[in-house]
Design a binder for this molecule. Sequence first.
Ligand SMILES: Cc1cc2nc3c(=O)[nH]c(=O)nc-3n(C[C@H](O)[C@H](O)[C@H](O)COP(=O)(O)O)c2cc1C
Length: 433
Amino acid sequence: MANQNILLNFDRNGANHTLENYLKRKGYSTLSEKIPNMKPEQVLDEVKKSGIRGRGGAGFPAGIKWSFLPKDSDKPVYLICNGDEGEPGTFKDRVILEENPHMLIEGMILAAYAINAKHCYIYIRGEYGFALQRVQQAVDEAYRAGYLGKKLTGANYSCDITVHKGAGAYVVGDETGLMNSIEGKKGQTRNKPPFPAVEGLYQCPTIINNVETLASVPWIIDHGGAAYHSIGTEKSSGTKLLSISGHVRKPGVYEVDLGYPFMDFLNKDCGGVIGNRKLKAVIPGGSSTPVLRPEDCEKITIDYESIAEAGSSLGSGAILIIAEGSCMVKTLEVLTHFYHHESCGQCTPCREGTGWLHKIVKRIEAGQGKMEDLDLLTSITKHIAFHTICPLGDAACGPVDSFVKKFKDEFIEHIKTGGCPFGGKFVRFQERV
Ligand SMILES: Cc1cc2nc3c(=O)[nH]c(=O)nc-3n(C[C@H](O)[C@H](O)[C@H](O)COP(=O)(O)O)c2cc1C
C-alpha cells in the first residue's frame, strides 16, 4: 500500500524550511488563490468534512472543536498551536517545526480565518532550540512577504503570529497548562469547564491544536475536505506522522495513511526489529499509552479504532519498539520516574501517587519487591486516574496497569529471584533520530 505524502512532501535533505523552497512547492497558494473566494464558514466546513482528528493525542475532530466557539461573543478569538511535544518518544512535530514551518504557518492563517482569530501563538518547548529558531525565522519571512500582518497578501484580513518559548515542563503540553504558561503564570493546569473554546487564553475564546493538525489544513483546503476524508479509514481519515524509535532498524519520522497495517509498517517500512531480535513489546502512541504484546500487534492497523480495540491508543503516534532481552520492570521504572518528576504538584493523588508508583516499581526492579506490591500498584492507579484536574494523572497510570497486566510473570520473577533477570537492560525513549 503506497502512503500519501501530505506533510512530508519534500526531500528531507533540502533547505525546505525557507520561504523560497515552500513557494516552489506551491506554498501559500491555498491562501492566495482559494481564500479570496471562500468565506470563513466554507473553510470550517471543509475541515469538518475532512474528518481530521486532532493529532496531539486525544483525537478530537478539529472541525467540531472549531465550531464550539461562541457565535455571539465580542471578545477576541485566539488560535494556539501546541508545539510542546514533551511526551517521551514523540518527535514528529519537530520535523514540521524544523523542516516545514511555512506549511504550519499557512495552516494557522487558514484556521485563523475560519475561526476569526486575529492573533495566534505557536508554543514550542524550550528544549527545541533549533525548532524555535527555524519557526521564528519562517514567521519573520512570512511577515516580510506580506503573508502575516495587516491585510495579508491575497486575502482581505489580518493575522499575527507570536512564537512563544516554553520552559521545559511536560504538563504545559496540556492545553490549559499551556495557556497559563503563555499568560506568565505557573505551568499548572486549569479545571474544565470552562473549555478553552469558551474561556481560554486571557479568558477569551481560544482554539488549541497540535502542530500536525494545523499543518494539514492547507492540503485540506487545497484539495477539499472530501479528498482528505477519502484517505485512511472512515473514522480515522487522512495521514498520520509517526515517530518510531527503540529497537528498530530504521527509526525516524514517517507519514502513513491511517489504517496501515502495523506489522507492514514495522517490517517493511522500518526494517523490523534490530539485530533480528524477537519483538517483545510495543508502546504504540507515546509513553502514556498502554503497552501491547506482539500478538496484539499482529492484528492492529494504525488508526484510532484498531489500536483502541487492542486496549491501547494511537495517542501522539510515537511508537516505541522493545526487543526481547529488555526488562519491562526497568522500562516501567524509567516511565514512572518521568511522570513523578513532571507532576505539577497541584492535585494530591497525582503529586503523591506518582511518587509511590515510582518507589514501588524501583524496589521491584532492585529485587526488594513483595508480591503484595503488584496489587498495591493497581490500587494506587485507581486512586490517581480520573481524580485529578488534568489527564497527566491518567497518563501516568496507563503504563503501570498495562505493564503489570501484560508482563506480570516478569514482575513476579523479579520478586521471587530478588533481582533483575535482564541486568537492568532497557530501551531509551528518544527525542530525535
Ligand atoms: C500532560 C499532557 C501533555 C500534553 N502534551 C501535548 C503536546 O505536547 N502536544 C499536543 O499537541 N498536545 C498535547 N496534549 C494534549 C492537549 O491538551 C490538547 O488536547 C491538544 O493540543 C489539542 O490539539 P489537537 O486537537 O490538534 O490534538 C497534552 C495533554 C496532556 C494532559
